[in-house]
Design a protein around this ligand. Structure first.
Ligand SMILES: NC(=O)C1=CN([C@@H]2O[C@H](COP(=O)(O)OP(=O)(O)OC[C@H]3O[C@@H](n4cnc5c(N)ncnc54)[C@H](O)[C@@H]3O)[C@@H](O)[C@H]2O)[C@@H](O)CC1
Ligand SMILES: [K+]
Length: 213
């Protein structure tokens, strides 16, 4: 049977149905997403994690990244958060995750030079919310991730890849592994998407349900 792959709009519909109709809180979905990324990292790189740098945008993909940062920190891993974008635009869930990370005193920076110290990068800049060409600080962060020697784990989508077409939106993260949530995404099944995603791991125990109404 061919694996189901969906668009950004379908994923938003499923998330919205799960949150608003079934009643699973958004932060519960985020926690399950982050747990899946944490498990992928701890299972694939159990002995030599070194210094993990989580590159976080200000939306919910960044919120996932902050959640992963906290879970790795609790597991005893050295973690630094690299914030990119305007904190005034942070999503509600991102603000909650940021508050928790501050409680745990996880180091945070906006200086791309931290990537020189990274042995593993968690790419949490953009997920299915990407809707335009990447420029400025975001493009600089993506290029810096690609210039580093670190292993790169992308959260949901490699940042810069169009969820529906796999097109590179100006520039995009080249990942070793992409952990995508609930279902595969159409963009990850195209030649360009596959090249940037690396190995695609589908975290399907998300509590997100495909209800076609
Ligand atoms: N409750 C939910 O909706 C869940 C969302 N999840 C995560 O949230 C992601 C989607 O989050 P968001 O909808 O906040 O979107 P993203 O976090 O993907 O993007 C954030 C925002 O960036 C802006 N943007 C788009 N393209 C840009 C560009 N080229 N340059 C600058 N800004 C740009 C958009 O306004 C977008 O909303 C998913 O991919 C997944 O990782 C998961 O936590 C599971 C639950
Ligand atoms: K990402």
């Amino acid at each position: 049977m061919e694996e189901k792959a969906i668009t950004a709009e379908q994923m938003r519909h499923y998330d919205s149905f799960t949150i608003n109709t079934i009643g699973v809180p958004s932060l519960v979905l985020m926690e399950r997403a982050a747990l899946a990324v944490r498990d992928e990292i701890l299972n694939a790189y159990p002995l030599n994690l070194g210094h993990v740098v989580v590159v976080a945008g200000s939306g919910n993909n960044g919120g996932d990244g902050l959640d992963v940062a906290r879970l790795l920190h609790i597991a005893g891993v050295k973690v630094t958060i690299l914030n990119v974008g305007n904190p005034d635009h942070a999503s509600e869930e991102h603000r909650v995750q940021d508050h928790i990370c501050q409680y745990y005193q996880i180091p945070q920076t906006t200086d791309l030079a931290i990537l020189d110290q990274a042995t593993l990068v968690v790419d949490a800049l953009f997920g299915i919310g990407i809707d335009r060409v990447v420029k400025g600080d975001y493009a600089a962060a993506i290029d810096a991730i690609n210039a580093s020697d670190a292993v790169v784990i992308a959260v949901d989508m490699p940042s810069g890849i169009n969820t529906d077409t796999g097109e590179v939106m100006g520039t995009a993260v080249k990942a070793d592994v992409t952990v995508t949530f609930a279902f595969n995404k159409v963009g990850l099944t195209t030649d360009a998407g596959k090249e940037y995603a690396g190995r695609v791991a589908i975290a399907d125990d998300m509590g997100t349900y495909a209800v076609d109404d």
